[in-house]
Design a binder for this molecule. Structure first.
Ligand code: PMP
Length: 405
């Protein structure tokens, strides 16, 4: 028999499947609220003006070639990226105890972080990672791939469509000391529910007392609130508290560089000497995985982060995206709660943050939205706010109203 005959057919990726169904739909008013990528008010992908400018600068730069980058990436990019997330005055940067490695966007950062932990973390028992329930579905596979078993911690409370703060704190307290917890730095995917700063402080306190490790995933810095510093607050607070941590950083959303795969992994260690040894091992792992990270996107982001003028322009572009999304939150809530007087409370739509909103719609209501309304969303009631615009938000609100009644 042929060698691969026993390979079972894998189910298609649920988001990919949704997009395919949307594309095949010929209904004029169809809406795609599945995919987590920014769209402008005309439902088009948006190339940030600052990225266009940086691309032009690169095109005119005769000194550039296509040689390999160093194994750990473009140094001007990784050092500026570390300052962006940890803050320009971070003690971890000043004391030269941060290890930064360029990765294949946020996914690659998660993978490299997971791989490093699988090799070198002093596990208290068998390797486990605590993931919020729910979380970005890929987290489970990424950790399983390297032999780390995902375990859920309570996060989302369907009754309040908000944070299950007590459940979260109890899980932190009940986990064995030195457990590893994955935390979404901001704009939690898929719920859009983030802890408040007061809640983060309490979470940090328990994590510190228990000696847990914080594995931060930061895929939406700036994209969430429109303010890069505000969205980095939790990470910086944990660093201040001296909690051992790493951060996975993606420039897919906040720079609109999805396909360019620009990201970094930053590990904050206790001292310079440890950082040096950690970096040497990260290099070894990276070498066997990808040899060298891709150059183009890292050059673009490096230009933007290291030039004061371009950096200001980027912040403006980020605000444009965040503000449009917030405007859609306000409008959808207003239409449901005030104009259509849809049964139930819709305040959470405006309270949630980032690319996604957990609407609270159940599986049956989601099915009806898709089958009768031609509105595509995942069965858990998550909608991508970026799929809404001034021309379709009313239609979506009316359809939600119809399936809820
Ligand atoms: N983590 C989370 C929570 C995400 O939502 C995403 C994007 N969907 C990523 C990581 C990684 O995305 P990318 O690899 O495109 O940077």
């Amino acid at each position: 028999a042929e060698v691969w005959q026993s390979v079972p057919l894998a189910p298609p990726d649920s988001i990919f499947k949704l997009t395919a169904a949307y594309k095949a739909d010929t209904f004029e008013k169809k809406v795609n609220l599945g995919v987590g990528a920014y769209r402008d008010d005309n439902d088009k992908p948006w190339v940030l003006p600052v990225v266009k400018k940086a691309t032009q600068i690169l095109l005119n730069d005769e000194s550039l070639d296509h040689e390999y980058l160093p194994i750990t990436g473009l140094a001007e990019f990784t050092s500026a990226a570390a300052k962006l997330i940890l803050g320009p005055d971070s003690p971890a940067i000043k004391e030269d105890r941060t290890v930064s490695v360029q990765t294949i966007s946020g996914t690659g950062a998660n993978h490299l972080g997971a791989l490093f932990l699988s090799r070198f973390y002093h596990w208290n028992g068998s390797p486990k990672i605590y993931l919020s329930n729910p979380t970005w579905a890929n987290h489970h596979a990424i950790f399983r791939n390297v032999g780390i078993e995902p375990v859920d911690y309570p996060y989302y409370d369907p009754k309040t469509i908000g944070l299950d703060f007590n459940g979260f704190i109890d899980a932190l307290k009940n986990a064995v000391d030195r457990s590893v917890f994955l935390l979404h730095a901001c704009a939690h995917n898929p719920t859009g529910v983030d802890p408040t700063q007061e809640q983060w402080k309490a979470i940090a306190e328990v994590i510190k007392a228990k000696g847990h490790y914080a594995f931060f995933d930061c895929a939406y810095q700036g994209f969430a609130s429109g303010d890069l510093d505000r969205d980095a607050w939790a990470v910086r607070h944990f660093v201040e508290q001296g909690i051992p941590l790493l951060v996975c950083q993606s420039f897919a959303k906040n720079a609109g560089l999805y396909g360019e795969r620009v990201g970094a992994l930053h590990l904050v260690s206790v001292d310079q000497d440890t950082a040096k040894r950690v970096k040497s091992q990260m290099s070894v792992l990276q070498r066997s995985e990808i040899s060298n990270p891709p150059a183009h996107g890292a050059r673009l982001v490096s230009l933007i982060l290291n030039d004061a003028g371009l950096f200001e322009e980027w912040k403006r572009d980020i605000r444009t995206m965040a503000e449009r999304i917030k405007e859609m939150r306000r409008e959808l809530r207003r239409l449901l709660a005030e104009e259509l007087e849809t049964p139930g409370n819709w305040d959470h739509i405006e309270r949630q943050i980032g690319m996604f909103s957990f609407t609270g719609l159940n599986g049956e209501q989601c099915r009806l939205l898709t089958e009768e309304g031609h509105i595509y969303l995942t069965g858990n009631g998550r909608i991508s706010m970026a799929g809404l615009n001034s021309r379709n938000v009313r239609y979506v609100a009316e359809q939600i109203d119809r399936v809820v009644r």
